[in-house]
Design a protein around this ligand. Structure first.
Ligand SMILES: Cc1cc2nc3c(=O)[nH]c(=O)nc-3n(C[C@H](O)[C@H](O)[C@H](O)COP(=O)(O)O)c2cc1C
Length: 144
């Protein structure tokens, strides 16, 4: 069966550099590898934008857990469906810390609210895939 995908955004209810954050990462790493889920979770200030792809049942189950998680609110599904092939080889999370592209600069919003619902979901997935790629290169050992 073709892999399924979901793209959503939500509002974080805990600070970026916190114990909560480490717990979240640990849960994601554990579950996503077990459930064959690949994708990218982007955090920019209080905005989460996450793209997940994998077996349809795993995506549904994971989205159920994510939807019940009280560490964020206002979850909005921006796109979902099936894919012919996966776009991301692994699961990662990135922050806007200078090495990452930012949604604010992509959408040319200086301050204030990002309106992700009005964006083309494909552009947002390309944005996430570019950040995932960036991060992967950053983490890869470099040989002189
Ligand atoms: C913004 C956000 C993104 C999350 N992404 C994932 C995810 O990709 N995979 C996952 O299994 N859980 C994810 N979670 C965590 C789940 O909501 C849930 O807390 C976790 O899977 C529970 O794991 P545990 O029972 O092992 O503690 C996310 C939570 C939040 C708030």
């Amino acid at each position: 069966m073709d892999p399924a995908y979901t793209l959503y955004c939500s509002t974080a209810l805990f600070p970026p550099c916190s114990q909560e954050h480490n717990l979240l990462l640990a849960a994601c790493n554990k579950h996503n590898s077990q459930n064959q889920i690949t994708g990218f979770l982007h955090r920019e200030h209080s905005v989460f934008l996450q793209y997940l792809e994998g077996p349809a049942g795993s995506i549904q189950e994971t989205m159920g857990r994510i939807g019940r998680d009280r560490r964020h609110k206002d979850l909005q599904i921006l796109a979902s469906g099936y894919l012919e092939k996966r776009y991301l080889p692994d699961w990662q999370m990135g922050f806007v810390d200078g090495s990452q592209l930012s949604l604010h600069s992509l959408l040319e919003v200086n301050k204030g609210e990002l309106n992700l619902k009005s964006q083309d979901p494909f552009d947002l997935v390309v944005f996430l895939a570019a950040n995932a790629d960036n991060l992967r290169r950053h983490l890869e050992p470099r040989f002189a």
